[in-house]
Design a protein around this ligand. Structure first.
Ligand SMILES: C[S@@+](CC[C@H](N)C(=O)[O-])C[C@H]1O[C@@H](n2cnc3c(N)ncnc32)[C@H](O)[C@@H]1O
Length: 247
């Protein structure tokens, strides 16, 4: 009994590797989460990927509703733990629709290693399944490709963090380059902008892709406005950015 987590890249079917396409076709069952109205595009995209590359007539697709996180639980870790338990149960129920399926897969946005809990949820399955991972293109790679930039300066480190941490804790010590993900509120606005360059992207890799770059002092307001407009137009947004100290 194997569970394969297949990294699918960030919304462009052309991000799929040959390994991912082979893995998709080797499955008995593919589970597709439905995340609710605002994020319908992502379920649609997973379906579109299957329509495009799935040629094995034996592979079944089962969709399930992703449980909603209970925001009333006061402790954050507990809230996330409970939510992951609920998702693992939802997978088990979906898998029960195809009880003979020995090879089951989930299509993971980007790559399962980066700000993604699919591996943590997979570890909760009972009985345990053997886990395999097929790597995918991350949103960070899609962003650096969109801007045609390297992520690090020569021999220098970089740090990947969240919008919340940047806002609450400020610029971390010891690095001049930050990649910021999971930022619902343009946390770069909390920094003194002088001497910082930003490379920003929304829907990177997708046909809706929007990118902006420039000195933070010049680019910040335009990014905030562009982000708000795009979010209103699409009903959802995913964005990511790199900040580099230039002095
Ligand atoms: C839960 S994390 C998943 C990351 C994913 N595993 C990866 O490898 O990129 C979601 C965050 O990834 C970033 N992200 C994912 N897809 C994106 C896209 N197409 N464009 C811009 N940012 C994206 C955003 O920062 C978003 O808040």
């Amino acid at each position: 009994m194997e569970l394969t987590l297949i990294g699918i890249g960030t919304g462009n079917p052309e991000h799929l590797t040959l390994q991912a396409i082979r893995a998709i076709n080797a499955q008995d069952l593919i589970l597709i989460p439905r995340k609710g109205e605002g994020k319908a595009d992502l379920a649609d995209l997973r379906r579109a990927i299957c329509d495009e590359v799935l040629t094995n007539p034996e592979t079944r697709i089962v969709e399930f509703d992703l449980p909603v996180r209970d925001e009333n639980t006061p402790d954050y870790r507990q809230r996330v733990d409970d939510w992951h338990d609920a998702i693992a149960s939802a997978w088990q129920s979906a898998m029960a629709e195809a009880p003979d399926a020995a090879r089951v897969a989930l299509l993971v946005w980007g790559d399962p290693s980066l700000y993604d809990s699919t591996l943590r949820i997979a570890a909760r399955l009972d009985p345990a399944r053997q886990i395999a991972v097929i790597p995918g293109i991350t949103s960070l790679q899609a962003l650096t490709a969109a801007h045609a930039i390297p992520i690090n300066d020569i021999g220098a480190p970089f740090l990947v963090t969240t919008g919340r941490r940047l806002r609450d804790e400020g610029w971390p010590n010891g690095v001049d380059t930050l990649a910021v993900m999971l930022d619902g509120g343009c946390a770069f606005q909390s920094l003194p902008p002088e001497g910082i360059h930003i490379w920003w992207g929304a829907y990177v890799g997708m046909k809706e892709q929007i990118i902006r770059q420039g000195p933070l002092a010049d680019a910040a307001d335009d990014i905030v406005r562009t982000r708000a407009r795009a979010r209103a137009a699409h009903g959802w947004i995913m964005d990511i950015y790199i900040l580099r100290r230039t002095i």
